[in-house]
Design a protein around this ligand. Sequence first.
Ligand SMILES: [Zn+2]
Length: 439
Amino acid sequence: MRDPLRDIGCGTTAPNIRVRSTYTGDLAPAGSAAEGPLRVIEWLLLLLPVAAASGWWAARRSDARRGSAGSSSDPAFFRGLNYLLDEQPDKAIDVFVKLAEVDGETAETHLALGSLFRRRGEVDRAIRIHQNLVSRPNLSKEQRGYALFELGQDYMRAGLFDRAESMFAELVELKLHRRRALEGLREIYQQEKDWTRCLEVAEQLQSLTGEPVRSETAQYHCELAEEALELGKRERALAHLCRAQKVDSHCVRATMLQAQMAVGQGDSRAAVMHYLRVAEQGPQFLPEILPDLLDAYRRSGREDELAELKRLYRDFPSPALVLLLADAIQAEEGDEAAIAFLVEYLSGYADLTSLERLLALYAPKLADDGRTRATFDAALTVVAHLRAHRPHHQCEHCGFVARRLHWQCPSCKQWESIKPVQPEPIGKHADAATSQRIT
Ligand SMILES: [Zn+2]
């Protein structure tokens, strides 16, 4: 049997050629503008394959009874067609599904129809069709597996997670479609924030596929560490963070949590060490920890703050660091030095935040005439507006824009894919970035 799930669930080819060839409308995803009540012609296109299968089955049954050449003349078949023409699709579905008793030859048609309904957002109808399939005793084990998976998908779409969980758990037990069933279970447990079960499923997935799931496993441990911290279970939290770093040595979140725990313990030196490690693991995350890093730095009794900021800037230039450094340079070396620093930085990065600071620093030096002042103020207003409306955080996987850091993207559900937006390199840095991409 061909793999209908691959065809209708994840691929581009419908399992039943008749469905594909007759249906020319949008196979729109949930929530798209194409969803909504179906027109009668769309109902016809969707249900005709089932009607055809029903008619064929009815004819075959009739032939068997009469022992003569027959046709799709079963009255129920025409009753179903009439329901379609009268725009009563639910009644038509009932007739056709009842008429075309599910067997090995019509199961694919039902699977295709159910999948199409779900894609159209008609989840109730998809559930009815797939429930009907699952309840049939004459399906092969493989066909039952497909039907269970589809029904699980329907329940997920309807938000009935407990029922979806039963479907996927049964598939795992039957050793059918285990990978997709385990991925379904993982999605459910993530939605329910059941991180312990997420870990169990991640382990099962890893042993099934042989592919490491390091990043997700580390994030589940971080979630459990945060839960433990909320309960005041410091040792348990530390144990989870150690395990997170053991499975994923690049896990920025685990290091950030270790730094926060050190701050909570009043151990500023350890906190500085952890925060500096964050800068090495993920320089893009530096804006997230910079104020805390400086605070821990001051508390640890170090006095060479400007030198430390300059060192950090050399290794990890970022807008938040540039602003702090500009302030420190202005305080220690004066306005001219701060302006020169910002001009140098802006020659390499198109950063609105730093440009706004540069303009503000330069404002007192303008010629004292109304026209110059008005021109400058207009430019400053535009820059401030653009800076205020730029995205702060963005998912590198799906492009979702967020105002704050999320460890799991609310849109595509990827872990650690949302990062602070970096300014585009220009001038010499753009050339370097281009040559890096080419090599
Ligand atoms: Zn995303």
